[in-house]
Write a protein that binds this ligand. Structure first.
Ligand SMILES: [Zn+2]
Length: 217
């Protein structure tokens, strides 16, 4: 079972580097050397290169010809504005549609994800923080999955919004507000309330934007 062991190792290495990026232990824009990670994580180059390739696909790492890897720079104000503009066009409508296609199983999964976020929000650990970002991405992705337009869902996935914004607000830690907004959204979704779900999603995204703006001041 060498392959599986290798797979597990890549997963561990990936998680370790992911956490460092999300917690800004590797600063945005900073160079990442494979040799440095070999020494630090005490593994060979192969799993590190694999993990970095995956992180590159997630937009957290950039590979430059002849230079090598570096952490993706922090998003610019312009990119931030565009990102939120696009989210506001797509996600409230997605939430409205999801309210129409809700069922017990889907609601169960969403509620579970929201519950896990409450649990993590209590922990002060950095691991909790990167896990929180991933769960938030998952929560929003589930709603778009239920909404049913795969192209819109993929478009949002490729923006890697949650990884970018969580790096942006690492120092602010305004997470609990977002969780009660998720609750309002869940209430509307579970009641099949189209307009309520649309409104709750719009409010959640607008408030999230507001919370993050301080990062540019
Ligand atoms: Zn959210």
């Amino acid at each position: 079972m060498v392959i599986q062991r290798h797979k597990g190792l890549v997963e561990d290495v990936y998680e370790a580097i992911f956490n460092k990026l999300m917690a800004l232990d590797i600063a945005p824009g900073a160079r990442i050397t494979v040799d440095g990670l070999v020494r630090e994580l005490e593994v060979s180059q192969t799993p590190i290169r694999e993990a970095l390739g995956r992180l590159e696909g997630e937009g957290l790492v950039v590979k430059t010809h002849l230079v090598g890897y570096s952490a993706a720079p922090q998003i610019t104000r312009r990119h931030f504005d565009e990102l939120y503009e696009l989210r506001l066009l797509l996600e409230p409508e997605g939430a409205r549609r999801a309210a129409l296609s809700m069922n017990k199983e889907r609601l169960g999964r969403l509620t579970e994800t929201a519950g896990l976020m409450w649990k993590l929000s209590g922990s002060k650990e950095r691991l909790g923080y990167s896990g929180f970002a991933r769960l938030d991405a998952d929560f929003h992705d589930q709603i778009m999955e239920i909404a049913g337009n795969e192209l819109i869902r993929e478009t949002l996935t490729h923006l890697h919004t949650h990884f970018h914004i969580f790096r942006l607000m690492y120092h602010a830690r305004v997470t609990e507000e977002a969780l009660s907004e998720h609750e309002s959204l869940l209430v509307a979704l579970s009641g099949g309330d189209e307009l309520g779900a649309e409104r709750a999603m719009r409010e959640h995204i607008e408030r999230s934007r507001q919370r993050l703006l301080i990062a540019f001041e």
